[in-house]
Ligand binder design. Structure first.
Ligand SMILES: Cc1ncc(COP(=O)(O)O)c(C=O)c1O
Length: 396
């Protein structure tokens, strides 16, 4: 049998399926029928192998408590070894329902009330939320944005902030959402050495690792050297790559036994043990049999990215956007429109009838930007861009 779900052009109606992206606009203060390209999931049908694994479970008809068997861990070990040359061991793996849950547990496990946690804004907004919601403080090593739209790390600032006594943890986002950076081995090594020197534990969120473009290759931070491995909690999940976020499965790799037992203690403290049965089944199927689908969807998304960049250049030159090195999220610089954040949101939401992520939610350095998710059929993307173009033209 081979992969059957390789059609990414057909628009699938996602409404009336408890779909966060399509069914909750009004509850979330947006107009009815707005076109959503915000939350990071895809409008594509999943790999037929994953669908078959689910169907098999449904037909079995019993959904009692589940646990991962040896072949689950074998699938993970082989995936990370083959794709990222990273040799993991089964006993490093802790399964959680999501990466954000793991980020929150890590904040609780490795810091105390009043401690500080380092992040690099503009960054995926739950990074800030898990810090402040747990009574810890944010220390921001803002990424430097250059004229050409690229981002780099302010290492002097990173070093100064990491050295502060109260900074205990660094939440690294790589590939970085929303800047689209895929940090190089050199950048990661430099950050890792500074964290080691200052006894800062690293939580490396690598959920977008399977989407990198052109010559960029994802480097697993913990795989760079043993000393980095021993201070790192690596957060992974098949959910972005295989479009299964609603099935709640993440694999958190912690090689250091002391860090692992503190993390497990937090899980025990909230009474969490067994994962949902569907999550286990789909993760195994994805890592064992999903490659053909992933290759195809990757090609499709990269063509969507190129399409968007060309469209913006030709039709909405006031909005500039650099090709991301990774992720299917484009970070559009709208500052040349000359609008404040409320006016920009009004243009996007009420004039263009588009639901995007407003840059300001990623931190102050995101003001004037909008994040658009291009993992959708080309016709949907074209419709969204046409709506944006018309709204900008009407303003002029
Ligand atoms: C960097 C990053 N981490 C985590 C998540 C969410 O992961 P999960 O649904 O497993 O919590 C996202 C989703 O967009 C993300 O971009």
């Amino acid at each position: 049998m081979s992969e059957r779900n390789l059609d990414f052009d057909t628009v699938i109606d996602r409404t009336n399926h408890n779909c966060l992206k399509y069914d909750f606009a009004v509850q979330r203060g947006k107009p009815e029928g707005i076109l959503p390209l915000w939350v990071a999931d895809m409008d594509f049908r999943i790999s037929s192998y994953i669908q078959d694994a689910l169907t098999e479970q449904v037909e079995h008809g019993i959904y009692g408590y589940s646990e991962a068997t040896a072949d689950y861990y074998d699938a993970l070990i082989s995936w990370f070894g083959r794709k990222y040359n990273w040799q993991i061991q089964a006993d490093w793996v802790i399964k959680t329902p999501s990466v954000v849950v793991a980020l929150a547990l890590a904040v609780q496990a490795y810091t105390e009330s009043g401690d500080s946690v380092l992040i690099q804004q503009p960054v995926y907004y739950p990074f800030s939320e898990v810090i402040t919601d747990n009574g810890r403080n944010i220390v921001d090593n803002t990424l430097i944005r250059h004229e050409d739209g690229s981002y780099t790390i302010d290492f002097q600032d990173f070093e100064e902030k990491t050295a502060r006594d109260e900074v205990k943890l660094f939440l690294l986002c790589n590939p970085h959402n929303p800047s689209g950076r895929v940090f190089t081995r050199e950048e990661l090594t430099r950050m890792g050495e500074i964290c080691l020197k200052n006894h800062v534990i690293v939580v490396s969120d690598e959920i977008h690792q399977d989407f990198t473009w052109e010559g960029n290759k994802h480097v697993v931070f913990a795989g760079i050297k043993d000393s980095f491995r021993d201070i790192t909690i690596t957060c992974t999940s098949p959910s972005k790559a295989f479009n299964i976020a609603g099935l709640h499965i993440a694999n958190i790799m912690i090689a250091n036994p002391d860090l692992r037992s503190s993390f497990k203690a937090r899980m025990n403290a909230i009474g969490y043990s067994q994962l949902n049965a569907a999550g286990l089944a789909v993760c195994k199927a994805a890592y064992r049999q999903g490659q053909e689908w992933l290759d195809a969807v990757t090609d499709y998304i990269e063509a969507n990215i190129d399409y968007t960049l060309e469209y913006l250049e030709n039709n909405i030159p006031q909005i500039s956007c650099r090709k991301p090195e990774g992720t299917y999220l484009l970070w559009m610089d709208c500052r040349r429109l000359g609008l404040n954040d409320d006016e920009l949101d009004d243009l996007v939401i009420n004039k263009a009838n588009l639901w995007l992520d407003s840059g300001a939610i990623f931190g102050d350095s995101g003001k004037g930007f909008q994040r658009i998710n291009v993992a959708c059929p080309r016709v949907t993307l074209k419709r969204a861009l046409d709506q944006l173009r018309d709204a900008v033209r009407q303003r002029n």
